[in-house]
Design a binder for this molecule. Structure first.
Ligand SMILES: [Ca+2]
Length: 326
């Protein structure tokens, strides 16, 4: 469990400073009920005045440019350094936003956050919103009112902080939004920005994998050949079962991870999909069409290869439903 290790490391360090054991500290710190820490740890080197960022899964920090009064340790990385005494603080007039880019091939369902405001300026967190996005440009984005690029793309608000959380400790917020995101970020309220500078001492994001299934196999087959369709399932939990569908109807007895059609004929043409059930959810792949011809080029022919690549890439992402706790 990555989350547990991470907590041991961070709170173990603090606990040692306080003369406490790591286990005692862990039990006192709540974290979101679901998901794991999307781990990013930033460290400031005072000698070189540079940040180093460590993320086991390759996540990167995104956020505002620069810092208040040019302080090199008050950039967005300061919200990820595990130090509540240091805070990310925007340049004069800028609206704070900080978050993570999980990478072009990664989406997570965001399950919660923990935040800590700056000591003495707790109200600056009021009205802040957590967003998840997939089509979003963190390099250009600047939510400051009047900026040249305040387009959040397809960002969806996941949570708004209603009351000022205490400083010097984590406050945990659960998020229940069944959708996968590449980008997740915290954005201060423009209402607060009207009256104050905006800053943030600490933030952690939590998330979990989404389930996906796709079908691979030829899109075009020679009559009489044997066609094999394969279900490609990612991030399933526990035991997986399969039901193949043709034109939306269940195919009797087709309950393996592959579906084999021997001596294929034009009567087998149709749109094939697979419905997958794991311990937590049921998802159905995108349907893909199978055509059958009498004079299909041999496998490896340009048209066949292109079609296979095209349809082989067709997939579907669905969200993991949560098991209900009782
Ligand atoms: Ca900090």
């Amino acid at each position: 469990m990555r989350t547990r290790q991470s907590q041991t490391r961070i709170f173990g360090a603090w606990g040692a400073a306080l003369g406490l054991g790591a286990a005692a500290c862990m039990s006192a710190v709540a974290q979101p009920e679901r998901g794991e820490w999307l781990e990013v740890s930033a460290t400031f080197d005072g000698d070189t005045e540079t940040w180093s960022v460590d993320s086991p899964d390759g996540y990167t920090i995104i956020g505002f440019d620069g810092s208040w009064d040019g302080n090199l340790d008050w950039t967005p990385e300061a919200a990820f350094d595990g130090d509540f005494g240091n805070f990310a603080h925007t340049p004069d007039g800028s609206l704070l936003w900080v978050g993570l880019d999980l990478g072009p091939d990664t989406q997570k369902e965001i399950t919660g956050i923990r935040i800590a405001p700056r000591d003495g300026f707790e109200e600056r967190a009021v009205g802040a919103t957590i967003y998840g996005a997939n089509v979003f440009n963190p390099d250009l984005y600047d939510p400051t009112p009047g900026s040249d690029f305040d387009d959040r793309g397809d960002a969806v608000p996941l949570l708004t902080i209603e009351e000022a959380p205490p400083s010097g400790e984590w406050t945990t917020f659960d998020i229940d939004h069944a959708e996968g995101f590449r980008f997740v970020f915290y954005e201060a309220s423009p209402d607060v920005h009207d009256s104050f500078h905006t800053d943030l001492a600490g933030i952690e994001f939590y998330g979990q994998d989404i389930v996906s299934v796709s079908v691979t196999g030829p899109a075009l087959a020679q009559a009489g050949a044997t066609v094999t369709l394969t279900a490609d399932v990612q991030n399933a939990a526990g035991e997986v079962s399969y039901q193949w569908l043709r034109d939306g109807e269940e195919i009797g007895g087709a309950t393996e991870s592959t579906y084999v059609i021997a001596d294929v004929s034009q009567a087998d043409e149709g749109a094939y999909a697979v419905r997958v059930t794991d311990d937590e959810t049921e998802i159905t792949s995108a349907a893909r069409s199978l055509s059958v011809g009498e004079n299909v080029p041999a496998a490896g022919g340009l048209a066949l290869t292109a079609l296979t690549a095209l349809f082989g890439a067709a997939g579907v992402w669905r969200l993991r439903k949560r098991r209900v706790s009782v």
